[in-house]
Design a protein around this ligand. Structure first.
Ligand code: HEM
Length: 374
């Protein structure tokens, strides 16, 4: 897809879309954004994220998404800036990504959980440098922990669109970050000022993939997060993204059957019955079920997942442990009771996650395709 850089052409394009699409008025094809001339650039200079007067999230913020200025955003302090590409490409890089992400989300809302997980798995191994995207016989992508990660092809499509607009300018690492931020908003989370300026990594080794596993205790998982400078509270907040997406039986099946390593006698009996049908002990299946068993969940980000944990309806042992371990249970309770707190903390901690060990300036490079180091 070629993106117009000229305002007149944009308006003609929009006019044609409006005439040709009865859905246009309800925001299909990203028209909510398009009508404000999306491909032109609103700002010419990148800006540092600014902090607004702190308003305690716990004080009860309105849950509806608000303009950035209404929330106390904390810049990551990593050297990234908001609007890095404003003076680097004739087209508006972030709006192009937003446009394509909206289209994809309408077709397949599971792209939201897919990219949330991909972002986490990328950032916790060599930082947010898109090293997870690299193809090859023993790259990160091939590591056991990454085998069911999804969304690679979509990122590659975004990259191709941006390469045709401004070749060699936009990093794959930034594409993941901006696309994930757009998806969080589409999934009902807060819109936050995404920082950009990441470079792509030059290294990707399966052997370096040391991610937390779903059978860990809270202490064990917290130690992995602490090594990346995340507090226990921030870990509990990030695990709230298990509000969306799926898990395969092999990650939790042991909790269902007496005599197995992780058998959990406290799991809600009705959930046990239901999960046993999805994941019979024999024959072993590769079935999946939602990570969040809240029946109203539908690829939507909200805090009901924590309520599920408090009701002993967590799927992964590590998630369930959060509500049982005294070190984390009060955090779970607080998040379960305050949707606004969940919204603001997830967005704030996501800014921090997306800045883990980033490469900037002369470090790393810009790939031509995300699957290959140039
Ligand atoms: C202790 C840390 C974590 C562990 C042990 C863990 C483990 C897992 C496991 C086992 C799955 C199921 C994968 C599958 O069956 O294909 C999963 C899915 C998922 N995880 Fe995590 N995770 C952790 C942290 C996170 C964090 C920090 C995020 C977000 C920032 C996240 C987001 C997701 C999402 C959205 C899915 C669903 C993916 C999909 O639908 O394809 N996880 N996680």
């Amino acid at each position: 897809m070629k993106f117009p850089t000229n305002f007149g052409l944009v308006m003609v394009t929009l006019g044609l879309m409006l005439i040709s699409s009865p859905l246009a008025e309800c925001g299909a094809f990203g028209l909510k954004v398009n009508l404000r001339n999306p491909f032109s650039k609103q700002n010419s200079k990148p800006t540092k994220t600014s902090e607004t007067p702190a308003q305690s999230p716990a004080a009860g913020l309105a849950p509806a998404p608000s303009p950035f200025s209404s929330y106390p955003w904390t810049p990551s302090g990593s050297g990234l800036v908001v609007g890095f590409y404003n003076d680097k490409c004739d087209s508006n890089v972030e709006v192009i990504i937003e446009f394509l992400v909206e289209q994809e989300f309408k077709k397949d809302p599971t792209i939201l959980p897919a990219l949330l997980r991909l972002q986490f798995h990328d950032c916790f191994v060599h930082g947010c440098d898109a090293s997870i995207l690299v193809d090859g016989p023993s790259t990160e992508k091939t590591a056991e922990a990454n085998l069911s990660v999804r969304g690679y092809e979509f990122i590659e499509r975004l990259k191709a669109a941006l390469e045709s607009e401004c070749p060699g300018v936009v990093s794959c690492a930034d594409i993941i970050a901006v696309a994930t931020k757009v998806l969080i908003k589409l999934g009902g989370g807060l819109d936050y000022p995404v920082e950009t300026g990441r470079k792509d990594g030059l290294v990707s080794n399966a052997a370096d993939v040391q991610l937390p596993n779903p059978s860990m205790t809270v202490d064990e998982a917290a130690a992995v997060f602490a090594a990346k400078n995340f507090t226990l509270e921030e870990m509990v907040v990030l695990l709230g993204y298990h509000a969306v997406g799926i898990a395969h039986c092999n990650f939790f099946q042991d909790r269902l059957y007496q005599g197995t390593a992780q058998f959990d006698s406290e799991m809600d009996p009705s959930l046990v019955r239901q999960l046993k049908q999805t994941c019979p002990q024999s024959p072993i299946t590769n079935n999946t079920t939602p990570l969040n068993q809240d029946s109203t969940n539908n690829n939507t980000l909200n805090n009901r997942f924590y309520g599920e944990l408090l009701g002993n309806r967590g799927l992964l042992a590590v998630d369930q442990a959060l509500s049982r371990d005294p070190a984390s249970s009060t955090i779970v309770t607080k998040l379960s009771q305050n949707r606004a707190l969940f919204d603001i903390r997830t967005a704030q901690v996501m800014i921090k996650l997306q800045a883990v060990e980033v490469l900037i300036g002369d470090q790393g490079g810009i790939r031509k395709t995300c699957g290959n180091i140039n």
